[in-house]
Design a protein around this ligand. Structure first.
Ligand code: ADP
Length: 447
Protein backbone atom coordinates (compact mmCIF):
# COMPACT_ATOMS: atom_id res chain seq x y z
CA UNK A 1 0.00 0.00 0.00
CA UNK A 2 2.72 2.43 1.03
CA UNK A 3 4.88 1.58 -1.95
CA UNK A 4 2.10 2.08 -4.44
CA UNK A 5 1.21 5.37 -2.75
CA UNK A 6 4.81 6.47 -3.14
CA UNK A 7 4.76 5.63 -6.81
CA UNK A 8 1.69 7.81 -7.09
CA UNK A 9 -0.39 5.00 -8.50
CA UNK A 10 -4.01 6.05 -8.44
CA UNK A 11 -6.40 3.62 -6.87
CA UNK A 12 -8.29 1.90 -9.69
CA UNK A 13 -11.80 0.62 -9.12
CA UNK A 14 -12.30 -3.12 -9.43
CA UNK A 15 -15.23 -4.30 -11.61
CA UNK A 16 -17.13 -5.48 -8.51
CA UNK A 17 -16.72 -2.00 -6.98
CA UNK A 18 -18.01 -0.37 -10.16
CA UNK A 19 -21.16 -2.52 -9.97
CA UNK A 20 -21.78 -1.81 -6.29
CA UNK A 21 -20.80 1.87 -6.39
CA UNK A 22 -23.46 4.44 -5.56
CA UNK A 23 -22.42 6.44 -8.60
CA UNK A 24 -23.08 3.59 -11.08
CA UNK A 25 -26.41 2.86 -9.42
CA UNK A 26 -27.54 6.49 -9.68
CA UNK A 27 -26.52 6.62 -13.33
CA UNK A 28 -28.40 3.39 -14.00
CA UNK A 29 -31.50 4.71 -12.22
CA UNK A 30 -31.43 7.89 -14.33
CA UNK A 31 -31.01 5.93 -17.57
CA UNK A 32 -33.77 3.46 -16.69
CA UNK A 33 -36.08 6.28 -15.59
CA UNK A 34 -35.49 8.08 -18.90
CA UNK A 35 -36.14 4.89 -20.83
CA UNK A 36 -39.38 4.06 -18.99
CA UNK A 37 -40.68 7.66 -19.18
CA UNK A 38 -40.21 7.51 -22.96
CA UNK A 39 -41.86 4.11 -23.10
CA UNK A 40 -44.85 5.27 -21.06
CA UNK A 41 -45.35 8.50 -23.00
CA UNK A 42 -45.06 6.65 -26.34
CA UNK A 43 -47.43 3.94 -25.06
CA UNK A 44 -49.91 6.59 -23.94
CA UNK A 45 -49.96 8.29 -27.33
CA UNK A 46 -50.12 5.04 -29.28
CA UNK A 47 -52.87 3.40 -27.24
CA UNK A 48 -54.99 6.27 -25.97
CA UNK A 49 -54.74 9.01 -28.60
CA UNK A 50 -54.36 6.59 -31.49
CA UNK A 51 -57.66 4.90 -30.69
CA UNK A 52 -59.63 8.15 -30.61
CA UNK A 53 -58.06 9.56 -33.77
CA UNK A 54 -58.06 6.32 -35.81
CA UNK A 55 -61.57 6.48 -37.23
CA UNK A 56 -61.38 10.09 -38.56
CA UNK A 57 -57.87 9.34 -39.79
CA UNK A 58 -59.00 6.30 -41.80
CA UNK A 59 -61.96 8.24 -43.28
CA UNK A 60 -59.53 10.96 -44.37
CA UNK A 61 -57.21 8.38 -45.92
CA UNK A 62 -60.06 6.83 -47.90
CA UNK A 63 -61.25 10.26 -49.12
CA UNK A 64 -57.70 11.09 -50.06
CA UNK A 65 -57.10 7.94 -52.15
CA UNK A 66 -60.42 8.48 -53.95
CA UNK A 67 -59.24 11.96 -54.78
CA UNK A 68 -55.93 10.54 -56.09
CA UNK A 69 -57.79 7.99 -58.24
CA UNK A 70 -59.74 10.78 -59.87
CA UNK A 71 -56.53 12.79 -60.30
CA UNK A 72 -54.95 9.91 -62.27
CA UNK A 73 -57.73 10.17 -64.91
CA UNK A 74 -59.95 7.63 -66.64
CA UNK A 75 -58.48 5.19 -67.47
CA UNK A 76 -55.74 5.91 -64.90
CA UNK A 77 -52.40 7.01 -66.37
CA UNK A 78 -49.07 5.61 -65.15
CA UNK A 79 -47.21 8.93 -65.82
CA UNK A 80 -49.51 10.84 -63.46
CA UNK A 81 -49.28 7.99 -60.91
CA UNK A 82 -45.48 8.23 -61.00
CA UNK A 83 -45.63 12.00 -60.46
CA UNK A 84 -47.92 11.49 -57.47
CA UNK A 85 -45.66 8.70 -56.17
CA UNK A 86 -42.61 11.00 -56.22
CA UNK A 87 -44.45 14.00 -54.85
CA UNK A 88 -46.38 12.35 -52.01
CA UNK A 89 -44.04 9.43 -51.24
CA UNK A 90 -46.52 6.72 -52.15
CA UNK A 91 -46.40 3.49 -54.19
CA UNK A 92 -49.41 2.93 -56.44
CA UNK A 93 -50.46 -0.27 -58.22
CA UNK A 94 -53.34 -0.60 -60.66
CA UNK A 95 -55.07 -3.69 -62.08
CA UNK A 96 -57.64 -2.84 -64.76
CA UNK A 97 -59.70 -4.83 -67.26
CA UNK A 98 -57.32 -3.84 -70.10
CA UNK A 99 -53.96 -3.15 -68.54
CA UNK A 100 -52.12 -3.09 -65.23
CA UNK A 101 -49.15 -1.10 -63.93
CA UNK A 102 -47.32 -0.21 -60.77
CA UNK A 103 -45.00 2.65 -59.74
CA UNK A 104 -42.62 0.20 -58.01
CA UNK A 105 -42.54 -3.51 -58.79
CA UNK A 106 -40.34 -4.41 -55.88
CA UNK A 107 -42.48 -2.59 -53.31
CA UNK A 108 -45.51 -4.69 -54.24
CA UNK A 109 -43.81 -8.04 -53.77
CA UNK A 110 -45.85 -8.24 -50.63
CA UNK A 111 -46.70 -11.91 -50.41
CA UNK A 112 -44.02 -12.40 -47.71
CA UNK A 113 -45.75 -9.92 -45.39
CA UNK A 114 -48.32 -10.96 -42.83
CA UNK A 115 -50.88 -8.21 -43.40
CA UNK A 116 -53.32 -7.34 -40.63
CA UNK A 117 -56.63 -5.81 -41.70
CA UNK A 118 -57.35 -2.74 -39.62
CA UNK A 119 -60.37 -1.45 -41.55
CA UNK A 120 -62.83 -2.90 -44.02
CA UNK A 121 -65.57 -0.85 -45.67
CA UNK A 122 -67.44 -0.63 -48.94
CA UNK A 123 -64.84 -1.73 -51.55
CA UNK A 124 -62.03 -0.40 -49.30
CA UNK A 125 -59.60 -2.36 -47.21
CA UNK A 126 -56.80 -0.91 -45.06
CA UNK A 127 -54.07 -3.31 -43.99
CA UNK A 128 -50.87 -2.98 -42.00
CA UNK A 129 -47.65 -4.91 -41.67
CA UNK A 130 -44.24 -4.05 -40.20
CA UNK A 131 -44.74 -0.29 -40.35
CA UNK A 132 -46.29 -0.31 -43.86
CA UNK A 133 -49.87 0.67 -44.63
CA UNK A 134 -51.72 -0.74 -47.62
CA UNK A 135 -54.99 0.75 -48.88
CA UNK A 136 -56.88 -1.33 -51.52
CA UNK A 137 -59.81 0.22 -53.38
CA UNK A 138 -62.19 -1.56 -55.77
CA UNK A 139 -63.14 1.22 -58.19
CA UNK A 140 -65.24 1.22 -61.34
CA UNK A 141 -62.00 1.59 -63.40
CA UNK A 142 -60.30 -1.36 -61.66
CA UNK A 143 -58.43 -2.31 -58.50
CA UNK A 144 -56.02 0.25 -56.90
CA UNK A 145 -53.47 -0.40 -54.19
CA UNK A 146 -51.64 2.41 -52.39
CA UNK A 147 -48.67 1.72 -50.17
CA UNK A 148 -47.03 4.03 -47.68
CA UNK A 149 -44.26 2.92 -45.40
CA UNK A 150 -40.68 2.14 -44.68
CA UNK A 151 -39.39 2.50 -48.20
CA UNK A 152 -39.99 6.18 -47.78
CA UNK A 153 -38.28 6.24 -44.37
CA UNK A 154 -35.11 8.19 -43.80
CA UNK A 155 -33.67 9.64 -46.98
CA UNK A 156 -29.91 9.54 -47.45
CA UNK A 157 -29.61 13.26 -46.74
CA UNK A 158 -31.34 12.77 -43.41
CA UNK A 159 -28.68 10.36 -42.12
CA UNK A 160 -26.51 13.31 -41.12
CA UNK A 161 -29.42 14.52 -38.96
CA UNK A 162 -29.58 11.05 -37.33
CA UNK A 163 -25.84 11.32 -36.63
CA UNK A 164 -26.43 14.75 -35.03
CA UNK A 165 -29.25 13.24 -32.95
CA UNK A 166 -26.97 10.42 -31.76
CA UNK A 167 -24.24 12.95 -31.00
CA UNK A 168 -26.64 15.13 -28.99
CA UNK A 169 -27.89 12.10 -27.06
CA UNK A 170 -24.29 11.09 -26.31
CA UNK A 171 -23.46 14.61 -25.13
CA UNK A 172 -26.57 14.54 -22.94
CA UNK A 173 -25.56 11.20 -21.40
CA UNK A 174 -21.97 12.34 -20.85
CA UNK A 175 -23.19 15.57 -19.24
CA UNK A 176 -25.44 13.55 -16.91
CA UNK A 177 -22.46 11.32 -16.08
CA UNK A 178 -20.15 14.24 -15.24
CA UNK A 179 -22.87 16.13 -13.37
CA UNK A 180 -23.48 13.12 -11.11
CA UNK A 181 -19.74 12.67 -10.65
CA UNK A 182 -19.37 16.30 -9.66
CA UNK A 183 -22.31 16.12 -7.25
CA UNK A 184 -21.04 12.97 -5.57
CA UNK A 185 -17.42 14.09 -5.29
CA UNK A 186 -17.83 14.97 -1.55
CA UNK A 187 -18.60 11.28 -0.89
CA UNK A 188 -15.16 10.37 -2.26
CA UNK A 189 -13.60 13.12 -0.13
CA UNK A 190 -15.43 11.85 2.95
CA UNK A 191 -14.32 8.28 2.21
CA UNK A 192 -10.70 9.46 2.06
CA UNK A 193 -11.28 11.47 5.26
CA UNK A 194 -12.56 8.40 7.12
CA UNK A 195 -9.55 6.39 5.86
CA UNK A 196 -7.13 9.06 7.04
CA UNK A 197 -8.79 9.41 10.45
CA UNK A 198 -8.82 5.63 10.94
CA UNK A 199 -5.09 5.66 10.17
CA UNK A 200 -4.71 8.18 12.99
CA UNK A 201 -4.18 11.27 10.84
CA UNK A 202 -6.51 13.54 12.82
CA UNK A 203 -5.15 16.67 11.14
CA UNK A 204 -6.75 15.67 7.84
CA UNK A 205 -9.64 17.85 6.77
CA UNK A 206 -12.09 17.15 3.97
CA UNK A 207 -12.31 19.82 1.20
CA UNK A 208 -15.42 21.97 1.58
CA UNK A 209 -17.08 24.66 -0.48
CA UNK A 210 -20.29 22.89 -1.47
CA UNK A 211 -23.51 24.44 -0.27
CA UNK A 212 -25.63 21.28 -0.53
CA UNK A 213 -26.28 18.48 1.99
CA UNK A 214 -23.01 16.70 1.14
CA UNK A 215 -21.09 19.96 1.61
CA UNK A 216 -22.70 20.40 5.02
CA UNK A 217 -21.85 16.77 5.86
CA UNK A 218 -18.21 17.45 4.95
CA UNK A 219 -18.20 20.53 7.19
CA UNK A 220 -19.75 18.52 10.05
CA UNK A 221 -17.11 15.85 9.51
CA UNK A 222 -14.33 18.45 9.77
CA UNK A 223 -15.89 19.90 12.91
CA UNK A 224 -16.16 16.42 14.42
CA UNK A 225 -12.50 15.55 13.73
CA UNK A 226 -11.49 18.96 15.11
CA UNK A 227 -13.37 18.24 18.34
CA UNK A 228 -11.87 14.74 18.61
CA UNK A 229 -8.42 16.26 18.02
CA UNK A 230 -8.97 18.80 20.81
CA UNK A 231 -10.32 16.14 23.17
CA UNK A 232 -7.32 13.88 22.56
CA UNK A 233 -4.91 16.79 23.05
CA UNK A 234 -6.62 17.70 26.33
CA UNK A 235 -6.49 14.08 27.48
CA UNK A 236 -2.83 13.84 26.56
CA UNK A 237 -2.06 17.07 28.37
CA UNK A 238 -3.91 15.82 31.44
CA UNK A 239 -1.89 12.61 31.40
CA UNK A 240 1.35 14.58 31.15
CA UNK A 241 0.33 16.99 33.91
CA UNK A 242 -0.68 14.14 36.24
CA UNK A 243 2.55 12.30 35.45
CA UNK A 244 4.58 15.40 36.29
CA UNK A 245 2.63 15.96 39.50
CA UNK A 246 3.06 12.33 40.56
CA UNK A 247 6.83 12.53 40.39
CA UNK A 248 7.24 14.61 43.56
CA UNK A 249 5.06 12.48 45.91
CA UNK A 250 6.67 9.40 44.42
CA UNK A 251 10.17 10.68 45.19
CA UNK A 252 8.99 11.57 48.71
CA UNK A 253 7.59 8.07 49.09
CA UNK A 254 10.88 6.50 48.02
CA UNK A 255 12.82 8.68 50.44
CA UNK A 256 10.38 7.74 53.23
CA UNK A 257 10.84 4.07 52.34
CA UNK A 258 14.53 4.35 53.25
CA UNK A 259 13.42 4.80 56.87
CA UNK A 260 11.02 1.85 56.89
CA UNK A 261 12.48 -1.37 58.31
CA UNK A 262 13.19 -3.99 55.64
CA UNK A 263 10.50 -6.62 55.25
CA UNK A 264 7.93 -8.11 52.93
CA UNK A 265 5.60 -5.07 52.99
CA UNK A 266 8.50 -2.67 52.43
CA UNK A 267 9.71 -4.80 49.46
CA UNK A 268 6.25 -4.81 47.86
CA UNK A 269 5.81 -1.06 48.25
CA UNK A 270 9.30 -0.43 46.83
CA UNK A 271 8.53 -2.64 43.79
CA UNK A 272 5.24 -0.84 43.17
CA UNK A 273 6.88 2.56 43.54
CA UNK A 274 9.59 1.57 41.07
CA UNK A 275 7.00 0.33 38.61
CA UNK A 276 5.05 3.60 38.89
CA UNK A 277 8.24 5.53 38.37
CA UNK A 278 9.08 3.50 35.24
CA UNK A 279 5.59 4.07 33.88
CA UNK A 280 5.76 7.84 34.50
CA UNK A 281 9.21 7.96 32.87
CA UNK A 282 7.84 6.08 29.82
CA UNK A 283 4.89 8.49 29.48
CA UNK A 284 7.07 11.59 29.74
CA UNK A 285 9.69 10.10 27.44
CA UNK A 286 7.06 9.38 24.79
CA UNK A 287 5.78 12.95 24.99
CA UNK A 288 9.33 14.29 24.74
CA UNK A 289 9.99 12.15 21.63
CA UNK A 290 6.70 13.10 20.06
CA UNK A 291 7.68 16.74 20.47
CA UNK A 292 11.16 16.08 19.13
CA UNK A 293 9.73 14.16 16.17
CA UNK A 294 7.45 17.10 15.38
CA UNK A 295 10.49 19.18 14.43
CA UNK A 296 13.16 16.73 13.33
CA UNK A 297 16.53 17.94 12.18
CA UNK A 298 17.52 15.88 9.19
CA UNK A 299 21.09 15.35 8.18
CA UNK A 300 22.71 12.87 5.85
CA UNK A 301 23.43 9.60 7.64
CA UNK A 302 24.87 6.31 6.52
CA UNK A 303 22.29 3.76 7.67
CA UNK A 304 24.79 1.00 7.07
CA UNK A 305 27.08 2.46 9.70
CA UNK A 306 24.20 3.42 12.02
CA UNK A 307 22.97 -0.17 12.00
CA UNK A 308 26.45 -1.55 12.68
CA UNK A 309 26.78 0.81 15.70
CA UNK A 310 23.50 -0.38 17.16
CA UNK A 311 24.24 -4.04 16.57
CA UNK A 312 27.31 -3.76 18.81
CA UNK A 313 24.96 -3.48 21.78
CA UNK A 314 23.44 -6.90 21.01
CA UNK A 315 26.58 -9.04 20.56
CA UNK A 316 26.24 -11.05 23.73
CA UNK A 317 22.46 -11.41 23.60
CA UNK A 318 20.67 -14.65 22.98
CA UNK A 319 19.27 -15.65 20.58
CA UNK A 320 21.94 -14.53 18.10
CA UNK A 321 21.58 -11.52 15.83
CA UNK A 322 22.13 -11.94 12.11
CA UNK A 323 22.71 -8.75 10.06
CA UNK A 324 22.42 -8.41 6.29
CA UNK A 325 23.55 -5.04 4.88
CA UNK A 326 24.52 -3.95 1.35
CA UNK A 327 28.23 -3.49 0.60
CA UNK A 328 27.74 0.13 -0.41
CA UNK A 329 26.90 3.02 1.88
CA UNK A 330 23.15 3.59 2.38
CA UNK A 331 22.80 7.36 2.60
CA UNK A 332 19.58 8.95 3.79
CA UNK A 333 18.42 12.31 5.17
CA UNK A 334 17.19 11.42 8.68
CA UNK A 335 17.60 12.40 12.31
CA UNK A 336 19.98 9.55 13.28
CA UNK A 337 19.27 9.71 17.03
CA UNK A 338 15.55 9.17 16.47
CA UNK A 339 16.15 6.33 13.96
CA UNK A 340 18.39 4.66 16.54
CA UNK A 341 15.65 4.89 19.20
CA UNK A 342 13.08 3.37 16.82
CA UNK A 343 15.38 0.56 15.70
CA UNK A 344 16.39 -0.25 19.26
CA UNK A 345 12.73 -0.51 20.31
CA UNK A 346 11.97 -2.93 17.47
CA UNK A 347 15.12 -4.97 18.16
CA UNK A 348 14.43 -5.09 21.91
CA UNK A 349 10.94 -6.44 21.22
CA UNK A 350 12.33 -9.08 18.84
CA UNK A 351 14.63 -10.33 21.62
CA UNK A 352 12.05 -9.89 24.39
CA UNK A 353 9.45 -12.02 22.64
CA UNK A 354 11.83 -14.77 21.36
CA UNK A 355 13.12 -17.86 23.16
CA UNK A 356 16.75 -17.28 24.10
CA UNK A 357 17.59 -20.72 22.70
CA UNK A 358 15.61 -20.07 19.50
CA UNK A 359 16.69 -19.19 15.94
CA UNK A 360 18.52 -15.84 15.49
CA UNK A 361 16.82 -12.47 15.09
CA UNK A 362 17.55 -11.13 11.60
CA UNK A 363 18.04 -7.49 10.52
CA UNK A 364 18.11 -6.67 6.82
CA UNK A 365 18.87 -3.25 5.33
CA UNK A 366 18.19 -2.57 1.69
CA UNK A 367 17.76 0.46 -0.49
CA UNK A 368 15.54 0.57 -3.57
CA UNK A 369 15.00 3.37 -6.04
CA UNK A 370 12.28 5.10 -4.03
CA UNK A 371 12.63 3.84 -0.47
CA UNK A 372 14.98 2.37 2.09
CA UNK A 373 13.79 -0.48 4.28
CA UNK A 374 14.98 -1.88 7.59
CA UNK A 375 13.45 -5.28 8.31
CA UNK A 376 13.67 -6.99 11.71
CA UNK A 377 12.39 -10.58 11.83
CA UNK A 378 12.21 -12.93 14.77
CA UNK A 379 10.96 -16.48 15.22
CA UNK A 380 9.36 -15.73 18.57
CA UNK A 381 5.86 -16.01 20.00
CA UNK A 382 4.21 -13.77 17.36
CA UNK A 383 1.17 -11.48 17.72
CA UNK A 384 -2.49 -12.58 17.36
CA UNK A 385 -4.21 -11.20 14.24
CA UNK A 386 -6.79 -9.23 16.27
CA UNK A 387 -4.07 -7.27 18.07
CA UNK A 388 -2.06 -6.36 14.97
CA UNK A 389 -4.01 -3.17 14.09
CA UNK A 390 -3.53 -1.83 17.66
CA UNK A 391 0.07 -2.52 18.59
CA UNK A 392 1.26 0.92 17.44
CA UNK A 393 -1.23 2.66 19.76
CA UNK A 394 0.23 4.12 22.99
CA UNK A 395 -0.06 1.78 26.01
CA UNK A 396 -1.43 -1.10 23.96
CA UNK A 397 -0.19 -4.43 25.20
CA UNK A 398 -1.16 -7.72 23.61
CA UNK A 399 -1.30 -9.56 26.86
CA UNK A 400 -0.90 -7.65 30.10
CA UNK A 401 0.56 -10.58 32.03
CA UNK A 402 2.96 -11.18 29.16
CA UNK A 403 4.14 -7.56 29.16
CA UNK A 404 4.40 -7.36 32.91
CA UNK A 405 6.72 -10.37 32.86
CA UNK A 406 8.78 -8.77 30.09
CA UNK A 407 8.57 -5.31 31.65
CA UNK A 408 6.87 -3.28 28.87
CA UNK A 409 4.17 -0.60 29.00
CA UNK A 410 3.10 -0.70 25.39
CA UNK A 411 4.93 2.51 24.57
CA UNK A 412 7.87 1.30 22.45
CA UNK A 413 6.05 0.75 19.15
CA UNK A 414 4.00 3.91 19.51
CA UNK A 415 7.31 5.82 19.80
CA UNK A 416 8.54 4.00 16.64
CA UNK A 417 5.41 5.06 14.75
CA UNK A 418 5.79 8.68 15.86
CA UNK A 419 9.40 8.67 14.67
CA UNK A 420 8.54 7.03 11.34
CA UNK A 421 5.66 9.49 10.77
CA UNK A 422 8.03 12.39 11.41
CA UNK A 423 10.29 10.99 8.66
CA UNK A 424 7.21 10.63 6.37
CA UNK A 425 7.89 6.91 6.46
CA UNK A 426 5.92 3.94 7.67
CA UNK A 427 6.23 1.01 10.03
CA UNK A 428 4.45 -2.20 9.06
CA UNK A 429 4.05 -5.52 10.86
CA UNK A 430 3.51 -9.09 9.72
CA UNK A 431 3.13 -11.74 12.36
CA UNK A 432 1.95 -15.31 12.83
CA UNK A 433 1.38 -16.50 16.42
CA UNK A 434 3.88 -19.20 17.32
CA UNK A 435 5.91 -18.58 14.15
CA UNK A 436 7.36 -15.08 14.57
CA UNK A 437 7.12 -11.41 13.72
CA UNK A 438 8.56 -9.16 11.00
CA UNK A 439 8.68 -5.38 11.42
CA UNK A 440 9.38 -3.22 8.38
CA UNK A 441 10.60 0.34 8.81
CA UNK A 442 10.26 2.08 5.46
CA UNK A 443 11.82 5.48 4.78
CA UNK A 444 11.12 7.42 1.57
CA UNK A 445 14.40 8.28 -0.18
CA UNK A 446 13.19 11.76 -1.05
CA UNK A 447 11.47 13.73 1.68
P1 ADP B 1 6.00 -3.25 25.11
O1 ADP B 1 6.88 -2.26 25.78
O2 ADP B 1 4.90 -3.75 25.95
O3 ADP B 1 6.77 -4.32 24.43
P2 ADP B 1 5.50 -2.16 22.49
O4 ADP B 1 4.77 -0.91 22.11
O5 ADP B 1 6.93 -2.23 22.15
O6 ADP B 1 5.25 -2.37 24.04
O7 ADP B 1 4.74 -3.36 21.84
C1 ADP B 1 3.33 -3.47 21.94
C2 ADP B 1 2.93 -4.93 22.08
O8 ADP B 1 3.21 -5.59 20.84
C3 ADP B 1 3.75 -5.66 23.12
O9 ADP B 1 3.07 -5.65 24.36
C4 ADP B 1 3.86 -7.05 22.57
O10 ADP B 1 2.85 -7.88 23.09
C5 ADP B 1 3.65 -6.92 21.09
N1 ADP B 1 4.93 -7.10 20.33
C6 ADP B 1 5.73 -6.14 19.84
N2 ADP B 1 6.77 -6.66 19.17
C7 ADP B 1 6.63 -7.99 19.23
C8 ADP B 1 7.37 -9.12 18.74
N3 ADP B 1 8.48 -8.96 18.02
N4 ADP B 1 6.91 -10.37 18.98
C9 ADP B 1 5.76 -10.52 19.68
N5 ADP B 1 5.01 -9.53 20.18
C10 ADP B 1 5.43 -8.28 19.95
Amino acid sequence: MFLSAMRGIKEIMRPSEIITSLFSKLLLIILLTGFFINLLVAGFFIHVLHKTTREPYLRNVINYVNYLIEDMGAPPRLERAEEISREYLLHIAYEGPEHSWSTSKSAFQISTHRWRTIHEGKGVQVRRSRGRHLVSVNHKYGHFTFMLGRDFGIAAKDYSKVAVLILLLTILLCSAYFAIRFLLKPIKWLQEGVNQISKGNLDYSVPGGRSNELGRLAEAFNEMTGRIRDMLKEREQLLLDVSHELRTPLTRMKVALEFVPEGRAEKNIREDANEMEDMITAILEEARLRNAAGRIERREANLNKLLKDIVKGYVNRSPDLEVVVPDDDVLLEVEPELVKIALRNVLNNAFKYSESSGPPVKVVLNQKEEFTMLTVSDRGIGIPENDLPHIFEPFYRVDKSRSRRTGGYGIGLSICKTIMDAHKGQIEVESVPGKGTTMKMIFPNFS
